[in-house]
Design a protein around this ligand. Structure first.
Ligand code: MGD
Ligand code: MGD
Ligand code: MO
Length: 771
């Protein structure tokens, strides 16, 4: 009889108590110290024990044929994504991998290897999939990398020009207890979706957001939710709901700004002392610059928010301490730099930046910790070494890169040229989840000679690979979690044995490095066991340097969460700059907040002029469909991870991802709650399950991201059967300034799907062939 055991474990969505029986994970229960545990834990055991696990090393049949026939991989394949796989023994796989990597380097050089490998991987300081792959490739001559992220790319590039690094914005965000104490009003553009606060990069020991928001409401702070989704504000806030048309927040903020200016409610002294370029903004708002007055009526016509309410709200914002919050998601849209710049501009006009409870934040609600907690010191992490290759691409240009080798592009005032990529290696990310316009990405993925993917499950990305390496999941290896913005370290003991032939990635690279002749460069003499202890020892040393202490590894890994003090519980963003702008200048060219940026104006980009500007979304201009498609983060999982887990599957409709639609849009289309529907536009189409609800603005539909892409090849536009919004989104970027993804700017049509809907196959393994 196997023994039942309970141990602490961790993921990006928080800690849990794992129940195991022998070498098998049974379930993950809530951790008793977590005030708001995430139900996403309910996906782990069912997915890890599910049918979609990658069990053995596998190669794509068409690629194997090409290689056996002596061709260099399988460029211009056409079969990637729909081919059968042949399973191999590890020994043969290592030989094949070593040969292929050696061939690639000899024929095309390391600049032909793309290991941008964007993605969230899993929590755990040691076995972070991207870091492992990069550490390995850095010992093999390097690779082309990617820069930025899908989360807040426009902010990463824009903010340093106008205020300072975006990462500092996040780390130094004003804390919620300060808001409870000082703010009268919080205006939330894009809301503050509680579902998103389940997650924090690297982990979160306690989910504090709900309690902190409740304290604000109890203290009498008023909240306004400017978002197409009513549920983007926690119920406890009793928030007023002002739903705008998507992509029009910049206009709403301009209507507010114009009202402040017209009524003399702006803080001229603040603008003069702390900012540059307000005269240019004023000329734009009043219409002196371009003949268009950006008043509340103008903003109302564009956004659908009543003009009177824009005027009265501006007055309320000026009358007391007001926090302006801009959700990160607003920048994941056409010209996504603009709502960010206009947030800063509006806050500067109110003159409360740097005061407790005033000013602005970009990213409240983007994760569990922003505004709630900070990290006292840097945790130990796996070293990646140095990359001998300099070349990079902006992260969301992956399809462009594969389709246009040698093509030129603009990025942050510079010009780049796409490398000629022959090998793609992905570990810890799912581009067939995260990238836009998946039909185009499918074509782009046919181009390389060889695609390698390390995966836990048979995701669409694994199916698009030539070589698939089965890897151990975080619950199947020893590690520890420490969130990027958390105050706690959480043990991650090995809970279960990896199924089939799945292996810990460090051991895969170590063996491959051995066959390539230089194992020491990668392992530095470590095996997995000693590596984990080494990185824990580095974390302990960092704790001592900071003035604290941590337990020995043996005690820690068998024990519970270790919590450390919050480094800045009453922090106020930009307080030092406000107190002493000369002594603490901002890292911008002027040292001040740049409401007009000479530098950005000098880039001469129509899509991102020298000050915040309203530009209508491209799909709206092109009228590609009657309904706005929003595609935010799912409540029931982290992106696409463990989508075949019980909690995620249990909330699908007829096996498909739910799409929210307002009764006014559903009724004329004959759509009832629970129906299978088809969403479509010129780029693609997918099936989904209708959820008819008045919590969404009429004219908008909302389809969660993360349903595993399930194309039916041969159906119209290779229709996705499961409900992945990225078959509908375009992969044009925000602007040539930041080249960020712009997923939220898509228009679609929706119809009831009559007849027998094709069964969803995404959670099944691909077809296999004997050798
Ligand atoms: N339409 C639309 N698209 C979006 C967004 C949107 O709002 N709308 N949001 C974007 C955003 S903000 C983001 S951050 C991205 C997220 O995109 P991703 O980060 O790519 O999504 P994940 O599903 O987290 O992918 C992680 C993958 O790594 C695998 N994995 C986990 N642990 C390990 C490991 O230890 N080793 C290996 N080899 N693999 C592992 C998981 O199985 C999973 O397939 O999506 C973006 N895409
Ligand atoms: N449960 C869960 N939590 C997560 C994640 C997850 O996958 N699952 N992913 C994490 C990651 S990587 C990230 S980056 C963050 C993302 O966090 P955010 O970027 O804040 O999240 P989104 O869901 O993309 O967008 C937030 C809301 O913005 C609204 N919105 C969209 N377009 C517009 C618009 O034009 N105007 C206005 N006013 N509102 C608009 C939508 O209604 C949406 O609900 O979430 C993190 N948290
Ligand atoms: Mo993200």
């Amino acid at each position: 009889m196997s023994t039942r055991k309970t141990q602490v474990t961790a993921s990006h969505w928080g800690p849990g108590l794992a129940v195991t029986e022998g070498a098998r994970l049974v379930r993950v229960d809530p951790h008793p110290d977590d005030p708001a545990p995430s139900p996403i834990n309910g996906n782990i055991a069912s997915s890890l024990n599910g049918r979609a696990r990658v069990l053995r090393p596998a190669v794509r049949a068409g690629w194997l044929e090409a290689v056996m026939a002596g061709r260099g991989g399988d460029p211009s394949s056409g079969r990637r994504g729909r081919d059968a796989f042949v399973e191999l023994a590890w020994d043969e796989m290592f030989d094949l991998l070593a040969r292929e990597l050696t061939r690639m380097r000899a024929t095309h050089g390391n600049e032909a290897i793309f290991a941008g490998t964007y993605g969230w991987s899993s929590a755990g300081r040691v076995h972070h999939a991207q870091s492992q792959l990069k550490r390995f490739l850095n010992t093999q001559g390097g690779f082309v990398r990617s820069r930025g992220n899908y989360s807040y790319n426009a902010a990463l590039v824009l903010m340093p020009h106008i205020v300072g690094s975006y990462r500092d914005h996040v780390v130094q965000a004003t804390r919620w207890p300060v808001i409870a104490q000082h703010s009268k009003l919080v205006v939330m553009f894009g809301g503050m979706a509680m579902r998103n606060t389940q997650v924090s990069d690297g982990g979160v020991a306690r989910h504090r957001m709900a309690d902190n928001l409740r304290a604000c409401a109890e203290a009498g702070v008023r909240f306004v939710n400017v978002s197409p989704l009513r549920d983007d504000a926690a119920e406890s806030l009793g928030a007023e709901w002002l739903p705008p048309k998507p992509g029009t927040d910049t206009a709403v903020m301009m209507g507010l700004a114009h009202t402040l200016l017209a009524e003399g409610l702006h803080d001229a002294a603040f603008l003069a002392r702390y900012t540059t370029g307000f005269d240019r903004v004023a000329a734009y708002l009043t219409g002196r610059a371009d003949g268009v007055v950006k008043d509340a009526d103008w903003a109302s016509a564009i956004s659908g928010v009543p003009a009177d309410r824009i005027r009265t709200l501006a007055r309320e914002m000026a009358a007391g301490r007001t926090m302006i919050s801009c959700a990160a998601g607003l920048q994941r849209a056409d010209y996504g730099e603009q709502p960010l710049w206009m947030t800063v501009t509006l806050a500067a006009m109110l003159g409360q930046i740097g005061l407790p409870g005033g000013g602005y934040t970009i990213g409240y609600g983007v994760n569990a910790n922003i505004g709630n907690m900070g990290r006292p010191f840097r945790w130990g992490a796996l070293g990646q070494g140095e990359n001998p290759v300099d070349a990079f691409i902006p992260v969301a240009m992956v399809a462009d890169m594969l389709l246009n080798p040698g093509g030129a592009y603009a990025y942050d005032g510079t010009k780049g040229v796409f490398p000629d990529i022959r090998m793609v290696w992905w570990a810890g990310g799912n581009p067939f989840h995260h990238h836009q316009d998946l039909n185009r990405l499918h074509l782009a993925f046919q181009r390389p000679e060889t695609v390698i993917v390390n995966e836990i499950n048979w995701t669409a990305t694994a199916r698009h690979a030539d070589i698939v390496l089965p890897v151990a999941a975080p619950q199947e290896r020893e590690d520890f979690a420490g969130g990027q913005s958390d105050n706690a370290l959480v043990p991650m003991p090995r809970l279960a044995a990896p199924p089939g032939e799945a292996r810990v990635e460090f051991e895969i690279y170590a063996e491959l490095a051995r066959r390539l002749g230089n194992p020491e460069a990668f392992t530095k003499g470590h095996d997995t066991r000693s590596l984990v202890r080494q990185i824990w020892a580095e974390t302990r040393a960092a704790a001592e340097a900071w003035g604290g202490s941590l337990p020995e590894w043996g005690d820690f890994i068998q024990g519970d969460i270790v919590e450390l003090p919050d480094p800045a519980p009453m922090q106020v963003f930009l307080a030092e700059f406000r107190a002493d702008p000369e002594g603490h200048p901002l890292p911008t060219p002027s040292g001040r907040i740049e409401l007009y940026s000479e530098r950005i104006a000098g880039f001469e980009l129509a899509e991102c002029p020298g000050h915040a500007s309203y530009l209508p979304p491209r799909d709206v201009v092109a009228q590609t469909g009657p309904l706005y498609l929003l595609s935010g983060q799912p409540a029931t999982r982290l992106h696409s991870q463990f989508d075949n887990g019980a909690y995620s599957v249990g909330r699908k409709i007829a096996g498909r991802e739910p799409v929210l639609i307002h009764p006014e849009d559903a009724e004329p289309r004959g759509i009832a709650d629970g129906d299978v529907v088809e969403l479509s536009n010129a780029r693609g189409r997918c099936l989904a399950g209708a959820r008819v609800t008045d919590t969404i603005r009429p004219g908008c539909v909302f389809l969660w991201t993360g349903a595993w892409y399930d194309p039916e090849y041969g159906a119209p536009q290779n229709r996705d059967r499961h409900g992945n919004p990225n078959v509908l989104t375009h992969d044009l970027r925000t602007s040539p300034l930041s080249q960020g993804p712009a997923a939220h700017s898509a228009m679609v049509e929706i119809a009831r799907f009559d007849g027998d809907p094709p069964p969803v196959q995404a959670h099944e393994p691909p077809p296999f062939k004997p050798r």
